[in-house]
Design a binder for this molecule. Structure first.
Ligand code: MG
Ligand code: ZN
Length: 226
């Protein structure tokens, strides 16, 4: 029996929709849609695609973009309770996000602190917005993830026996799901879990995530007390 650790995606998981897509719809010129399709069809890497998307935007949009993201972020029901649940049960909770620091941190602020928040970073010092990748793939991943979720999972759980739970919805969670012991999945991630035979359950609110994790602890899949 091993200890549970949760790795939770942000865009489309904590928030109901993808903040980058929402921002592009509002602020980017029409060619953003083509780049988005290339990312979703996995024709270009997330790293390259997200970099290209933000390079469509002028750096002087910083304040406006941040305000827009905070105002429009709709939090999935049960998230607050879910964070409290993990604290009560002493389950480490890491947010691992392919999103960008300037909107991830302010949206999460009132729910924290977390055991860790991993996301991409932004540089507004040039004419166009530049994305930085402090969590690039390690030597064991050649997926060009941008924010390498499997790499973060390896770092965080290094040397420890853990039951790794991944919560997510989309393309940035696929590699993470392959390294998980149990996945709570929505949308594309759920389809892929079915296709790849990954141990998973679907969910629509974080209340369901609480129940699923609780059930697993009761059947003894995981042992919180260590
Ligand atoms: Mg997502
Ligand atoms: Zn990677």
């Amino acid at each position: 029996m091993t200890n549970p650790v949760i790795f939770c995606d942000f865009d489309g998981t904590v928030t109901k929709s993808d903040n980058i897509i929402r921002m592009m719809k509002e602020f980017a010129p029409p060619e953003w849609e083509n780049i988005k399709d290339l990312i979703l069809n996995r024709q270009i890497s997330i790293n390259e695609g997200v970099g290209k998307l933000f390079s469509l935007l002028n750096s002087n949009l910083k304040e406006e973009l941040t305000a827009f993201a905070i105002e429009n972020a709709e939090i999935r029901p049960g998230f607050k309770e879910f964070v409290e649940y993990t604290r009560t049960e002493n389950i480490p909770l890491y947010i691992v996000s392919g999103g960008i620091d300037f909107f991830v941190y302010p949206i999460l602020e009132k729910f924290g602190p977390f055991n860790g928040i991993y996301c991409n970073e932004s540089d507004f010092s040039g004419e166009r917005i530049k994305i930085l990748w402090p969590n690039n793939c390690d030597s064991l991943c050649d997926n060009d993830c941008g924010c390498c979720k499997p790499g973060i999972m390896r770092r965080v759980t290094q040397g420890k026996e853990c039951f790794k739970i991944v919560i997510g919805d989309s393309v940035t969670d696929l590699e993470a799901a392959k390294h998980a012991d149990f996945v709570l999945a929505r949308d594309l991630l759920q389809e892929k879990c079915v296709e790849w035979g990954i141990n998973h359950r679907g969910f629509s609110s974080f209340f369901e995530c609480i129940n699923e994790i609780n059930n697993r602890m009761e059947v003894g899949d995981v042992n919180v007390k260590g």
